[in-house]
Design a protein around this ligand. Sequence first.
Ligand SMILES: Cc1cc2nc3c(=O)[nH]c(=O)nc-3n(C[C@H](O)[C@H](O)[C@H](O)COP(=O)(O)O)c2cc1C
Length: 167
Amino acid sequence: MPEPFDPAQFRRACARFATGITVSTALAPDGTPHGFTANSFTSVSMEPPMILICVDHRANVLRHFEQSTYFGVNVLAELQEPLSVRFAERGLDRFVGIDWHTGETGVPLLDGALARFECATRQTIPAGDHTIILGEVLHAEWEDGDPLLYYASTYYSAQPRKRNREL
Ligand SMILES: Cc1cc2nc3c(=O)[nH]c(=O)nc-3n(C[C@H](O)[C@H](O)[C@H](O)COP(=O)(O)O)c2cc1C
């Protein structure tokens, strides 16, 4: 058996994987928008088009995702770092004072996002202390712009690498 290792070591190793940032959203039956910052977004399948996000069991938003037929994923642009911070904060109405609209499926979509996905929930899979929400993408749209990146618990801007012309 391998030696048990420090969970902090696992967390720090995972943090070496650079990601974009999303605000993932769902609409409650009473029309209240819900959303949270998530970097666990992954594209899964092309045919049919599918994506996933992972939601912590401690997150209040989880039940809204489990109860909704649809959910949305907004890929944040570089200048939307304040939205990433806001949608990870507790104790405030996250949608007040920000520009958003509802998509064709009714899910909340953020203005100015680099990409927006509207998904139908296909499976919710408990996995350890998270639940994987697997969605089939019904609508996807994107805009040109620069992404907000996250690496080692810090926000970054992306820069294209200069090609090494000697290679
Ligand atoms: C950069 C970043 C990425 C995050 N990614 C995730 C994630 O993929 N899944 C998750 O459950 N929580 C993630 N979180 C934490 C949630 O955003 C936060 O716990 C959630 O908003 C809690 O609010 P709630 O309990 O009101 O739902 C992330 C936070 C930050 C700042």
